[in-house]
Design a protein around this ligand. Structure first.
Ligand code: M6R
Length: 611
């Protein structure tokens, strides 16, 4: 799980590589490095720590002259974060340099073979075998880089996006991928490779998405593509029309805050194009009403926050469309031999579209001939390409490790699907659909209203920066909101936090409540209101301080709890979209109050491309 970049062109490469890497730090940030051909040899600089350490070391790239290079930002898998394990890796005489995102699964076997042939390894990484294997085949096959690369990709197993420099071919960057993302950007000033689009947006909007097994050969004015056997192939570029500022902080202190504030737009962008004349049009679904009526069961499979959206939407698919739904963590689903019968639809939800477990779950369903639908944010990502159908969430690039706007878009995309399914199956009338859509369309403005009241949450958060434990409770959809509120808090504040179905407290958890423990109670489901109030009373009796998040027409709750955040009135199925906003802000301000690195919490990476 790393980010790679490469550049060859008219400009000095190193500053461009550093800039590209800065857009990819969300993929990993425990060490970084660059290799640049300086006109005579390949020069390599690498270091542990954030990219800024590499920038300082190279004086923002100034100490590395040369117009061609590759770079890497790392999230360690094989070998601890250290200078020697940082990329680029290279052969004995430093004539071949390699950056890699992914895992070479048979690296140990290859390493043993190479050691027997006299190769000396410096690092503990899987990647180093690629550098030595390239050296071996390069020397064996007439020093032809393409032949060497083809030989290597037939020997290595696992996942990889590779960027490669050969000192003997100082005007060419080679790249290849399998199961790790890779794009090629084309510009007048030069050509680039990268793990993700934001890294090249400053230079170009014309991008090639590299498919599994494809090889790219870049010079300053040419780009050629080859298949897995080294035969030339044609590819079409795509024009990216993301706003360039969307990949920058735009004056906000952190990407997370910026992305929280982008939610009204992101939600509107995801909903609006799909509502036409009081009906839901999801062309990309490619399913007739007849086919929708044939769905017997839905599996929603995802990881982390994306999974939490599935937990919410199970209530909605079942409640509205009356289709049984199972929600699974992808890492469990892929190994539990699920019963996937005819008439099942598997929905894979993923912001990045690259999460290894979600991708494996998708492939498992496809292997069994089951229809798959990806709800994905990153256009052209692996899940988007491999799912039978893909419905994009139009959140734009999300950089902060803690997801906010992509989460909100995943929710509304599923609301639309659930309503469409309910309508096609005759479970709701046209008038009811119209009413639901009206309430959905109000969500972006209601989110804006909640964002306008951030001061109260900020003050409240400041009181809890030293908290030891925080609990989140709720029933039904409120439980699903609690799961996400708790994850948000713990991942960026490092405060221990757990979410419980409120009715479950008495079965053990309540013994954790002490004087002053903060319990956040989510109470948006009217039919469960009294039940949750009883649970609130139980924790209060044991000394808890209770913050309630509830609908604005529940002022009576103030008699029971210590503090309240009201959300605007919406349909009971859509409350998650509003109740999550104060919980995101709470987590954000606790993290800021503790002086932590909000956008890049420790031990985490944005895109989890290893299992
Ligand atoms: O890219 P994905 O949506 O597949 O990622 C899934 C999870 O890794 C992700 O939601 C993670 O839990 C976030 N850090 C939560 O904020």
């Amino acid at each position: 799980m790393c980010g790679i970049v490469g550049y060859v062109g008219k400009e000095q490469a190193a500053p461009i590589l550093l800039d590209g890497l800065s857009k990819l730090e969300y993929r990993g940030y425990d060490s970084a490095g660059m290799a640049v051909y300086d006109g005579d040899k390949i020069v390599i600089n690498k270091t542990t720590g954030r990219l800024k350490v590499l920038s300082e070391l190279t004086h923002d790239g100034a100490t590395m002259p040369g117009n061609i290079g590759i770079g890497h930002t790392r999230w360690a898998t094989h070998g601890e974060p250290s200078e020697v394990n940082a990329h680029p890796h290279f052969n004995e005489n430093r004539t071949i340099a390699v950056v890699h995102n992914g895992i070479i699964e048979n690296y140990q076997k290859l390493r043993n073979i190479l050691v027997e042939r006299g190769y000396k390894f410096r690092s503990e990484t899987d990647t180093e075998v690629v550098a030595h294997l390239l050296d071996y085949y390069y020397n064996k096959y007439d020093k032809d880089p393409l032949t060497a690369l083809v030989k290597v990709i037939h020997r290595v197993e696992g996942s990889y996006a590779l960027g490669i420099l050969f000192a003997d071919h100082p005007d060419v960057v080679y790249a290849v991928r399998k199961d790790s993302p890779l794009i090629v950007g084309q510009s007048e000033e030069g050509n680039l490779i990268a793990s993700d689009v934001p890294a090249v947006l400053k230079y170009t909007r014309d991008v090639f998405f590299i498919e599994n097994g494809e090889i790219a050969r870049l010079t300053k004015d040419t780009i050629a593509f080859y298949n897995v056997d080294g035969e030339p192939i044609e590819k079409q570029s795509k024009h990216i029309d993301w706003d360039i500022n969307a990949a920058e902080k735009n004056g906000y202190e952190h990407f997370m805050l910026k992305e929280i504030y982008e939610q009204p737009k992101a939600v509107r962008d995801t909903i609006s194009p799909r509502i036409k004349d009081n009906d839901i049009v999801i062309e990309e679904l490619g399913m007739t009403d007849e086919e929708i009526r044939e769905i017997k069961k839905i599996y929603i499979v995802a990881c982390g926050s994306a999974y939490h959206t599935g937990v919410t939407c199970k209530y909605i698919f079942e409640g509205l469309a009356r289709i049984p739904v199972e929600v699974d963590l992808a890492s469990e689903f892929r190994y539990r031999n699920p019963i996937l019968e005819d008439g099942t639809l598997v929905i894979i939800i993923s912001q990045s579209g690259e999460t290894a477990d979600s991708l494996a779950a998708l492939r498992l369903a496809k292997e069994q001939g089951i229809k798959t639908l990806g709800i994905v944010n990153v256009v052209g990502s692996s899940i988007a390409r491999e799912a039978d159908k893909v419905m994009y969430t139009w959140a734009g690039p999300e950089i902060a490790v803690a997801t906010t706007k992509a989460y909100s878009c995943q929710l509304v995309a599923q609301y639309l699907l659930a309503l469409k399914f309910a309508k096609a199956r005759g479970k709701i009338t046209e008038d009811e659909l119209k009413e639901y859509l009206h309430e959905m369309e109000m969500l972006p403005n209601q989110i804006e209203i909640l964002l306008g009241n951030k001061e109260k949450i900020q003050k409240f958060a400041n009181r809890y920066v030293a908290a030891k434990d925080v609990f989140f409770i709720g029933r039904g959809i409120d439980y699903a909101i609690s799961l996400e509120g708790s994850l948000k808090l713990k991942e960026i504040s490092y405060i221990h936090s757990e979410a419980y179905a409120a009715g479950e407290l008495k079965h053990g958890t309540i013994s954790l409540i002490e004087d002053g423990t903060l319990v956040t109670a989510v109470v948006t489901q009217e039919e469960l209101y009294k039940k949750t109030i009883s649970n609130i009373v139980e924790v209060k009796t044991r000394g808890a301080y209770v913050l309630a998040v509830t609908n604005e027409d529940n002022p009576d709750i103030e008699r029971t709890v210590d503090s309240v955040i009201y959300i605007p009135k919406t349909n009971k199925y859509f409350t998650n979209s509003l109740a999550i906003i104060p919980l995101q802000l709470f987590a954000y301000y606790v993290s800021v109050g503790k002086g932590l690195d909000v956008d890049k919490p420790r031990n985490l990476a944005k895109s989890v491309t290893v299992e």
